[in-house]
Design a protein around this ligand. Structure first.
Ligand code: PLP
Length: 486
């Protein structure tokens, strides 16, 4: 069979599809012979139900936030309201073209402008860029602006300070921006050791990258003193805002003295994430960093029109091919507008209450790495359990899967041995939190009574425990047909 497309075919009746020029000749006559296949492509012959069943069965082997509790610490795996998907799919948003003239993209620009204004308000910052495509990308943007700031003052600073509890992206971003990094120790309470900070905050120091609340789920309550120490040596303060789900509506990074904060829209402001994206990492900046914002910025003129401003001579330049991950911005905007100021504050309060509730229930089962109260997450240690029973935290994590839950983050932050990091988020009920605590209690009991059963878990998944070391050493990626097909 040969398909010949009609010229200027109008599409489905009634559907207002644009006309396009489709060639009249068969494709075989249009494409040079050397580019044509000499043999059929060898695609499998499948019926529609077979294809459907294949993908449905694959999806049933997967686990996601819509199937159950997902307490992955540091990742804010909260509910993603379905209404956001409907809004992001509206043609005005989903079909807007990045090269469309700004006069024809006023709605999209308005959304970007207003999202930026909301983020400025939430962060207490003077300016914002929406371009970075992830938190880590935002970190790079922030560090580049900090570097531009120092350079313009003829100040060639070489190092960036990063606490030992920080996320690995922090030193990576600082290094990409051309800095060497130096670690600042945590004290016995799990927060920044001020004496160590004072020692390392020299005139060589460009900035401190601080996560607040930090990755141990603890609020850096010495933030005012930290800011003073950095001010004394002319260094700037960067906030890794990945844990903002604990703070929105309660306290603002700008008011704490931060010069830069990145927002992980996919965490704090709901977008389906995990497995690598997509995300968005807008960055808020203080007054003194405004001139360095990436171009273009989204501007609103007195007559209410929106435009893109490219003419910012001191800008660090462009960070994305176009304007960032627009679909994520739409979801974040929808979330902020539906929640409102009071709703967003309640989110933070409930996230903190949920975490403290679980922490209180679990701390006698597995010891806390650092004493609470915690913010939106907390860290337990499986070290005593390992000593007593020979069962590692990674085994406990795999066994949790058999109880129908996603495991928490483990072995992070690195400063805690056998770390188990739990972030319940605000969208889970007390019943769910209780069920997870009960499962963990049951597993700890099993570690004592039948450790082998925990060590060989999971027992209920399509694929059992993998030999991770072997997988790294002898990488073997091949297609394994599902049962019945091979
Ligand atoms: C998630 C996270 C990041 C990185 O953000 P991405 O959006 O994944 O690039 C950085 N720091 C902390 C503390 C995080 O939790």
């Amino acid at each position: 069979m040969q398909l010949i497309f009609e010229k200027g075919r109008p599409g489905r009746k009634g559907a207002n599809l644009p006309k396009c020029d489709v060639p009249e000749k068969p494709l075989q006559e249009l494409i040079p012979a050397r580019y044509l296949r000499s043999e059929p492509a060898g695609l499998p012959e499948l019926s529609e139900p077979e294809v459907l069943r294949h993908f449905i069965n694959l999806s049933r082997n997967n686990y996601g936030i819509d199937l159950g509790f997902y307490p992955l610490g540091s990742c804010s795996m909260k509910h993603n309201p379905r209404v956001h998907e409907l809004i992001a799919a509206m043609p005005g948003f989903s079909a807007v073209h990045p090269l469309q003239p700004v006069e024809l993209a006023q709605g999209a620009l308005r959304l970007m402008f207003e999202l930026g204004e909301h983020l400025k308000e939430i962060g207490g910052m003077a300016g914002v860029t929406l371009q970075p495509a992830a938190g880590a990308h935002g970190e790079l943007a922030g560090m580049m602006m900090i570097r531009a700031y120092h350079r313009e003052r003829g100040d060639t600073r070489t190092k960036v300070l990063i606490p030992d509890s920080a996320h690995g992206t922090n030193p990576a971003s600082a290094a990409l921006a051309g800095y060497r990094t130096e670690e600042v120790k945590s004290n016995a309470h799990g927060t920044v050791d001020l004496d160590d900070l004072k020692k390392k905050a020299t005139s060589e120091c460009a900035a401190l990258m601080l996560t607040n609340p930090n990755t141990l789920g603890l609020f850096e309550k010495d933030i005012v003193e930290i800011k003073r120490i950095l001010d004394d040596v002319g260094a700037l303060l960067y906030m890794d805002g990945a844990n903002l789900n604990a703070l929105v509506g309660l306290i603002r990074p700008g008011d704490m003295g931060f010069d830069v904060v990145h927002f992980n829209l996919h965490k704090t402001f709901t977008t389906p994430h995990g497995g690598g994206g997509p995300g968005a990492g807008p960055v808020g900046v203080s007054e003194r960093l405004l001139p360095y914002l990436p171009v273009p910025t989204v501007e609103k003129s007195a007559d209410g029109r929106y435009s893109l401003k490219h003419d910012l001579p001191r800008s660090i330049g462009r960070l994305s091919t176009f304007y960032g991950n627009f679909g994520i911005m739409v979801r974040a905007y929808a979330y902020i507008r539906t929640m409102g100021a009071e709703g967003l504050k309640a989110v933070s309060e409930n996230a903190v209450i949920n975490a403290n509730y679980m922490m209180a229930k679990l701390k006698d089962l597995l010891p806390l790495a650092y004493q609470g109260p915690c913010m939106h997450e907390f860290v337990l240690t499986g070290k005593p359990l390992l000593k007593e029973t020979g069962v590692h935290t990674r085994d406990v994590a795999k066994r949790i899967i058999d109880f129908g839950f996603h495991p928490p983050t483990v072995y992070f932050p690195l400063v805690v041995d056998e770390a188990i990091m739990i972030e319940p988020t605000e969208t889970e009920t007390k019943e769910t939190l209780d069920a997870f605590c009960d499962a963990l209690a049951q597993i700890v009991k099993e570690c004592r009574e039948n450790p082998e059963h925990v060590i060989t878990a999971p027992h209920t998944t399509p694929v059992g425990k993998l030999d991770e070391t072997k997988a790294v050493k002898e990488l073997n990626i091949k297609w394994i047909p599902p049962r019945g097909e091979g």
